[in-house]
Each structure stands twice: as structure tokens, then as C-alpha cells.
Design a protein around this ligand. Sequence first.
Ligand code: ARG
Length: 456
Amino acid sequence: MSRFSQPQDSVFSALNASIGFDWRLGPYDIEQSRAHAKMLAATGIISDGDRDALLGGLDRVAAELDAGEFPFRDDDEDIHMAVERRLTEIVGAVGGKLHTARSRNDQVATDVAMFTRAHALATIQSLQDLQSTVLGVAEAHLDWAMPGYTHLQRAQPVYLSHHLLAYFWMFRRDERRFESVLGSTTELPLGAGALAGVNFATDRGLVARELGFASVVPNSIDAVSNRDFVLDFLAAAATCATHLSRLGAEIVLWSSEEFGFCEVSDAWASGSSIMPQKKNPDAAELLRAKAPRVVSRLAALHGVMHGLPLTYNKDLQEDKEGLFDVVDTLDLCLAAARGMLSGITFRRDRLADAASDQMIAATDVADLLVRRGVPFRQSHGIVAGIVREAVASGRSLAELSREELARHSPVLDDEYYSVLSQRSWLESKVSEGGTALDRVREQLAHARAELDGQPA
Ligand code: ARG
């Protein structure tokens, strides 16, 4: 019997069905159903014999899903109904007992929470792998000088290791964000029923333990309405993709002939269909471009959720495709970032050449005056005058004579010239977190210890 007198319009079915994408929840749906069946028997809601029949049937359904042999039907609306339909075909009418004390509303929230947790864990692992790669590349380029930039203008020299380590810390924070996503998936929605609880004395704690949840959602209304864990995953992913995008953007710039700082390996580059000389850093470009896609999935789900009345609304079905796409996109990008970085070659000569631009030692000259007692604001003006004179006469800073310097400031002596001798500008950045080699070594050790402190 059905409540409806007309068959479903095929266009409505196409709009309404989620099986085209939520088949990915299959393994979680099965695991959840196993736990639910065990609980139903443990509480005397079904018999042990019914439980065994259900568990046996679920094993077969799981095997079919696993092998890609599950006989999907055109009228399967979603994975939950497909599994129950197939289970009933296999075990007979007892299959219909599985949905006792359960609604698709608490079922889908549970599947999605389990999926989110599993993929947050996998992302944490990928982020650790990437951090380890970044750390390795930083260690291998410990004392390679390069210009640091602000406004994409050469600003102050840094070591390449120091620049790369900035990404280490970004990915480290991303990892923390995904750890907090785990924290938002620790409460079990199942047992809430459609919205108000169920007419049976179930044992939600038993199901929670069985499925690895720390506790149960305390409010049945919240349990079926909540998708915060998806928002949290998407938010963490959006920030992470944004970090990857900045990395990609720098590799693109640095691979250009204009910079010439690095070259991606052939395995991570493509050629041009018309220009034989081209070697394009496509992977870096795509890392750069994927972030807005990920961010848009977050914005879209906020759009779905905002103003949505409690409790379950079909709108919530829109949580899945965005989540799945972000999981796949981020997974691919993290692996690509890792692969691309592992094979990258930096060009020491080009980096050093750019870093030997004396203009980027201007702050160091200003600080020399400060050490001679000149207030910083005043010394900034004095050095600006020196820079202007050098630029106007087409000379480097060190090419100005003692006499010329004296006109700018009486306290400038020969130390002016030693400040301008290369390494000193880098090695002068001795503050904690700065680019002086000892500080970078300290930072590397800190990073290594943090990474090794991870549970494997
Ligand atoms: N396919 C649905 C979703 O993804 C499952 C829940 C359907 N619940 C309902 N009452 N129609 O959200």
C-alpha cells in the first residue's frame, strides 16, 4: 500500500533522488545498521534470531556493495532505501524490522557524521605527510638566500628554508582545524527518530560505543537538524585550500623566466600544444585555482542552512555533493602539493642573485643609525635619502663614498659598508622566529618535534 494515488513524476524523482551521489555512504549505512540491529536485539525489541538474519543479510549487501555488484534499481531513491530494499530481497520480510525505532532523518545524519569523521582523519594524515615533505625541502635549502617580499616588491632577504617553513605552520594549523572537526562528530544522532525520539526503550549508548561515538546527541530535535560537522569540515577545507592556493601561486611565479627561482619536475609539468619550448607548472596553477571551488561549497551550505526551520527538511540533502566534492578535491590537492614539492628544483644562483640586491638591506642601514642613537623614524628618512641618491646616480648603496654618506648623516662610518656585505643582512635577523640561521635551525627543530610528536 502507498499513501499516494499517482506514480511519482519522473522529473520529480530525478530532483528528489540522492542515490546518484549518496551511494558513497553505503559502507557507513551498513555499519550503522549492524550496530542498530544489535541494539534492537540487546534491548529485546527484536529477537536474537531476527538480529542474526539481519546481520547475515547486511553482510551480503555489504559484499555486493564492496564488489560493485549491488543491483541498484531505477526507483531506489537513496542509499538508505536501497540497502533496506536489497536486504529484504535477501532475507525476506524480517528485513523490514531493521527500520524499527529509526528514521531516515537520524540515519542520514549518522551516516554523514561517520563519513565526515573518517575523512577528517584521512585529511589529518595527508596534512602530516605534506608537512613532512615541506620540512624536508626546507631542511635541504637551509642557507639558500632569497629576497622576501611585501607587495611583491623585494623587501628583506630571507632564507628559502624560512620561507618554506611558513607553509609548514600553515598546514600545521590546518591539521588542528581538522582535529576540531573530529570533535564535532563525537555525538551520535541515531536514536532521535524522525525528530522527537522513538516509541521504544532503545539503548543509544550501546550504538554509540559500537560505532565509536563518544556520546549521544542530547536533544532529538538538534540531532536531526544539525549539520555543523559538515560546515566545520568545509570551513577547515576552505582555509586549507586557500593555503594550498598561495603555495601554488608562488610556485607559478617562481617558475616563470622572470623569477627563475625554481623548476617543477617533468612529472609535474605539461607542454604546450603549439609552443614546443613551453613547460607549464599546471599543477601549481590548479592548486591556485581550486580554493574558490572549495570555499563556494562552504558558502553554498551556509546558504542552505541559514533560515532553515527545524528539524529535518529535504534541503539538508544538499549537504552531500558539496562535502563529497570537497573531500575529493582536497585529497587530490594535498597529494599533488606533496608530489610537486618533492620533485621541485630550486635555482640557488637565481635566488642569490635576487637576494644580493643591496636595496633590500636598507632597513639594516636604518638600524645601524638606530644603534648610533638616531631615532628610528629619523633614520628611516636618512636612508630614504641615501636610496634616492643611489638610484638617481645609478649606483648600488655600497658605491656611495664616505663623503657622500657624511652629507646624509655624521654618524655613518665604515660599518655602513660591512652592513651591506651580503650574509650580514640575513644573519642580523636574530629575533625569535626570524631568518638568522640559528633561528631557522631552532624553528626546524621545533617543527620536527611537533611533527614527530604525532601519533603515527
Ligand atoms: N536522502 C535523504 C537525505 O539525504 C535522506 C533522508 C530523507 N528523509 C526524509 N524524511 N525524506 O537527506
